[in-house]
Design a protein around this ligand. Structure first.
Ligand code: GSH
Length: 211
C-alpha cells in the first residue's frame, strides 16, 4: 500500500493530512509552495496532474483529485470501518449529502466572498446574490449542527473533514459571527489531536499577510 499526498501550502489539502492522521495510516507528503505573485500552484503540481490542484493523491499508483472523492476513497480503503456510516446505515444518505454539500454548494460562494477583497470586491451585480447565498448556507449548517458534535451520527466522518476547511475560510473572512453552533463545532474539531497535527505538518490553512 502506498499513499502519496501532494500538499499545497494554505490549501484544502490540509483536509487530507487531517484524515490520514485520524486514520493513523502511513503516507508520504510532497510539499508545494504557492507562486508568490499569483498565489496559484506551482509547475511541479501541474506535472503530477493537469489541473495542478490540491489536494492531489497518488494511491497505489493511481492519481486522484477532488477532496470529497479522495476522502471517500481513502476511507473505503483505509478507514477500517470508521469515518463513514455503512452503506446500509440510515445515516448514509445524510453523510453523502453533507460530504458533497461542502464543495458542491458551499465552496463557491464562501471562497468567492473570501477572495473578493483581493480583487476589488464582488461588485454591485454579484454582492446581493453571493451574500444571500452565504447567509443561507452558513445558517443551514449552523441549524443542522445545533446541539450536535458531528454532522452525522456520533463520531467523526469524512463529511466533517470536508466541511471544516470552508468554516476556516469563513472564519478568516469574518463570516461566522452570527453562527454560534458553527463556531462551537469548529472549535471542537480544531481541538482534535489529528487536526492539530495536520496544521503542524501542513502549516496554516489560511494565508495571513504580514501586517
Ligand atoms: N473542488 C476541489 C478544489 C481544489 C482547489 O481548487 N484547490 C486549490 C487549493 S485550496 C488549488 O489547488 N489552488 C491552486 C490553483 O488552482 O492554482 C477540491 O475540493 O479538491
Amino acid at each position: 500500500m502506498s499513499i502519496i499526498l501532494h500538499h499545497l501550502e494554505y490549501s484544502r489539502s490540509t483536509r487530507i493530512i487531517w484524515l490520514l492522521e485520524e486514520m493513523k495510516v502511513d503516507y508520504e507528503m510532497v510539499r508545494h509552495a504557492r507562486n508568490p505573485e499569483t498565489f496559484r500552484s506551482p509547475e511541479e503540481l501541474a506535472a503530477v496532474h493537469p489541473l495542478a490542484k490540491a489536494p492531489t493523491v497518488i494511491v497505489d499508483g493511481v492519481t486522484m483529485v477532488e477532496s470529497g472523492a479522495i476522502i471517500e476513497y481513502l476511507i473505503e480503503r483505509f478507514g477500517d470501518g470508521g469515518f463513514a456510516p455503512a452503506p446500509d446505515s440510515p445515516d448514509r444518505a445524510r453523510y453523502l449529502e453533507w460530504m458533497h454539500f461542502a464543495e458542491g454548494t458551499m465552496g463557491m460562494p464562501v471562497i468567492l466572498t473570501a477572495l473578493a477583497p483581493r480583487f476589488g470586491g464582488l461588485g454591485e451585480a454579484l454582492t446581493p446574490f453571493i451574500t444571500a447565498e452565504v447567509t443561507k448556507l452558513l445558517g443551514f449548517a449552523n441549524d443542522a449542527l445545533a446541539g450536535r458534535e458531528f454532522l452525522v451520527g456520533d463520531s467523526l466522518t469524512g463529511a466533517d473533514i470536508n466541511l471544516c476547511y470552508l468554516l476556516e475560510v469563513a472564519t478568516a473572512a469574518q463570516l461566522m459571527s452570527a453562527y454560534p453552533e458553527l463556531q462551537r463545532y469548529l472549535a471542537t474539531m480544531q481541538a482534535r489531536p489529528a487536526y492539530e497535527k495536520s496544521l503542524e505538518l501542513g502549516g496554516p490553512i489560511i494565508f495571513r499577510p504580514a501586517a
